[in-house]
Unconditional design. Structure first.
Length: 90
């Protein structure tokens, strides 16, 4: 189970995820981010209270980062996860 919260601000769009980042929710999150990207908005994807990320979730995070979505982890687990997805030397 997951929760997605999308808020618009002056600087862009904040998409906040709580819960599990799994194959069940990948399509919804990717569509939400793709729509904002199509509008030319800056996107921050905040992994706030994410307790579990499966392979489909990791693949999604890699795709979104490659598209220019800024990933933010707010806890120890998600901060480490976001750092591990960055290219070496970044």
């Amino acid at each position: 189970m997951f929760r997605l919260d999308k808020t618009a601000g002056r600087a862009g769009i904040n998409v906040t995820i709580d819960g599990q980042l799994s194959a069940d929710c990948v399509a919804v999150i990717e569509t939400c981010c793709d729509e904002a990207l199509a509008d030319g908005k800056r996107i921050e994807l905040v992994l706030r209270d994410v307790r579990n990320v499966d392979e489909a979730g990791l693949a999604l995070l890699r795709r979104l980062e490659a598209k220019g979505v800024h990933l933010i982890g707010t806890g120890v687990y998600t901060s480490y996860l976001v750092e591990s997805l960055k290219p070496a030397g970044a």
